[in-house]
Design a protein around this ligand. Structure first.
Ligand code: SF4
Length: 467
C-alpha cells in the first residue's frame, strides 16, 4: 500500500470522484517527471485528468525557476487564471515546483495573487492529498514549502505521459553550486536513489513494453557519490543496459564528473544511445572559473575529443550561457572558437539570467543587455550552421527511428527520433507509437529531418543505426 492509499483509507474526504484536474508543466524533464507523479496522486484520489482549462476543478502549475522569463510566463498564466476562478469560485488553483522554493516568489504571490489556493515546493509533492484537504478546510491560501528534503519518497503513484518512452529519476538535487544556478537551492543537495530501486523501475518498464528509457538527474555522472559508490553511474548504466531495454539514454552530464570509461561503455553496448548532452557553458577559462564549473577549456576538449573518437556516430549537444557577469568580448570569442572546434550537433543557448540568492548576482556586470543579445545572435548562427551541416550529411542514408506517432494534421506523416536524438518527420502508413522502423532521409532542415519509411528492417549495422 502506498502512503497515498494509507491517507485515503484514513480520510475518505480526500476522494474526489467526478472532479477534473489539469496539471501544466514548465521547465526541465525533472519537472515533467514530477508532474507524472502529481497526475498519479490526483487520479488515485479519483480525479480525471483533463486538458481544457474550462473543464478543470483543479489547476496545478508545476513551475520552473531556472531563468527569469520562465518565472514571468508563469506569473502571466496565474493572472489569466483569475477570470476562471471568478466564473467558478470552487476551482482550486495551485502552484508548485521550483518557483515555490524561492522566498521572494512566496512573498510576491501573497501580495499579488491572493486568489491562489495552494502553494507547495519540490520536496513535498507527496503531501498533495493532505494539502488539498487543508485547502477545503481553510479560507486562506495554503502554503507549505519545506526548506530541504525530508528524504526520498519511493512508490508514489504515477501516470506516465507516454506509452513507449519513459523518464526514470536516478537522483534529485545537485551539489555542484555553479555560481549562476538556482537548482541546488530549489531542488536541494544531491540524493541518489538506491541502485536496486532504479533497476526495479527499469525492469518493470521493460516488462510493460517500454522501448526507450532516459535516466534522469541534474548531474547523472555524480550518481552514487552520496551513497559512497565508486563509479556509481558507470555501474548503474551497465546494469540498466542489461535489462533488455531497446534504447537507453541519460541526461544531464557534468564534464567534471564524466568518466572516460563511460564513453567506452556507450561504444560497446548496442542499446546505449550515441547521444551525449555535455554542457560547456563557456569557452574561456576565467569565465568557467567564475561560473564555478570546475573544469577548464582544455579538459573539456580532451573529454569531447575522446567521446567523438571512441563512440562511432556520436552526437554531442551542449548548453551555453552568453554574457555571464563580467564576460568580455574577447572571452566570448573563446566560446565562439570552441564552438567552431566542436561543431556541436545542437546547442541550447541563453543570455545570462540573474537568479535570486546565487553568487553570480553579486558579480559586476558592465556589458549592456543589448550587446549580450547581439552576441547570442552571433552564436546562434554557428548553432544553426553546424546543426544543418550534420543533418545534411545524413541525406540519402537510412536510419533507425523510434516512432512517436502520427502528426495531428496528417495521419500519413509520422515523427520520431533517431538513435542520436534527431527529430525525423516521415511519410509512412499503419505505424504504431513505439515501432522501430528504418527511414530514408530525403531533406535536412536546421533542427529536423524529413524522410520516408523504407522497407528495410532495423538491423544493427552501426552504432548510429544507419544502413
Ligand atoms: S551542475 Fe547543473 S544543476 Fe548543478 S549547480 Fe551546476 S548548472 Fe546547476
Amino acid at each position: 500500500m502506498s502512503n497515498i492509499d494509507e491517507l485515503k483509507a484514513t480520510d475518505t474526504r480526500l476522494i474526489k470522484a467526478g472532479k477534473k484536474a489539469l496539471v501544466r508543466t514548465y521547465g526541465c524533464q525533472a519537472n515533467f517527471r514530477d508532474s507524472e507523479h502529481l497526475k498519479g496522486i490526483l487520479t488515485s484520489l479519483g480525479y480525471t485528468l483533463c486538458e481544457d482549462l474550462k473543464e478543470a476543478d483543479l489547476i496545478l502549475l508545476n513551475t520552473c525557476a531556472i531563468r527569469e522569463n520562465a518565472s514571468q510566463r508563469v506569473f502571466g498564466e496565474i493572472g489569466l487564471l483569475k477570470s476562471y476562478k471568478k466564473q467558478k469560485p470552487d476551482l482550486i488553483l495551485g502552484l508548485c515546483g521550483c518557483m515555490a522554493q524561492q522566498k521572494e516568489t512566496i512573498a510576491y504571490i501573497k501580495e499579488s495573487y491572493p486568489y491562489l489556493d495552494l502553494v507547495f515546493g519540490t520536496h513535498n509533492l507527496y503531501r498533495l492529498p493532505a494539502l488539498l484537504a487543508a485547502v477545503e478546510k481553510q479560507r486562506q491560501t495554503v502554503i507549505e514549502v519545506l526548506p530541504k528534503s525530508d528524504g526520498l519518497h519511493e512508490n508514489l503513484p504515477e501516470v506516465r505521459d507516454l506509452p513507449h518512452k519513459a523518464w526514470v529519476n536516478i537522483m534529485v538535487g545537485c551539489d555542484k553550486f555553479c555560481t549562476y544556478c538556482v537548482v541546488p537551492y530549489t531542488r536541494g543537495r544531491q540524493q541518489s536513489r538506491p541502485m536496486a530501486e532504479v533497476l526495479l523501475e527499469v525492469e518493470n518498464l521493460v516488462k510493460q513494453g517500454y522501448k526507450e528509457i532516459t535516466l534522469l538527474g541534474q548531474n547523472v555522472n555524480a550518481y552514487g557519490k552520496d551513497l559512497g559508490l565508486e563509479s556509481g553511474f558507470y555501474q548503474l548504466l551497465e546494469a540498466c543496459s542489461n535489462t533488455g531495454i531497446k534504447r537507453l539514454r541519460f541526461t544531464t552530464s557534468h564534464p567534471w564528473d564524466f568518466e572516460k570509461k563511460l564513453g567506452d561503455l556507450i561504444a560497446f553496448k548496442e542499446n546505449l544511445m550515441p547521444f551525449i548532452h555535455l554542457p560547456v557553458q563557456a569557452g574561456n577559462d576565467e569565465v568557467l572559473k567564475r561560473m564555478g564549473r570546475r573544469y577548464s577549456r582544455e579538459s573539456y576538449l580532451k573529454l569531447f575529443d575522446y567521446l567523438r573518437s571512441t563512440i562511432p556516430g556520436v552526437a554531442i549537444s551542449t548548453d551555453i550561457i552568453v554574457g555571464f557577469p563580467g564576460e568580455s568580448r574577447e572571452q566570448f570569442e573563446d566560446t565562439l572558437s570552441l564552438y567552431e572546434y566542436c561543431k556541436f550537433d545542437h546547442a541550447f543557448t541563453f543570455v545570462y539570467s540573474p537568479r535570486a540568492n546565487t553568487p553570480a548576482t553579486k558579480f559586476e556586470d558592465p556589458v549592456a543587455e543589448i550587446d549580450k543579445k547581439a552576441w547570442l545572435a552571433e552564436l546562434n548562427l554557428l548553432v544553426k550552421k553546424y546543426s544543418l551541416a550534420r543533418n545534411q550529411s545524413m541525406v540519402d542514408k537510412e536510419y533507425e527511428v523510434l516512432v512517436d506517432g502520427p502528426s495531428k494534421k496528417n495521419p500519413e506523416v509520422y515523427s520520431g527520433y533517431t538513435k542520436d536524438n534527431r527529430l525525423v518527420n516521415f511519410n509512412g502508413a499503419d505505424l504504431k507509437t513505439g515501432d522501430l522502423v528504418m527511414v530514408k532521409i530525403q531533406q535536412a532542415r536546421s533542427f529536423s529531418l524529413n524522410g520516408t519509411k523504407s522497407q528495410n528492417q532495423p538491423i544493427e549495422k552501426d552504432k548510429a543505426g544507419a544502413l
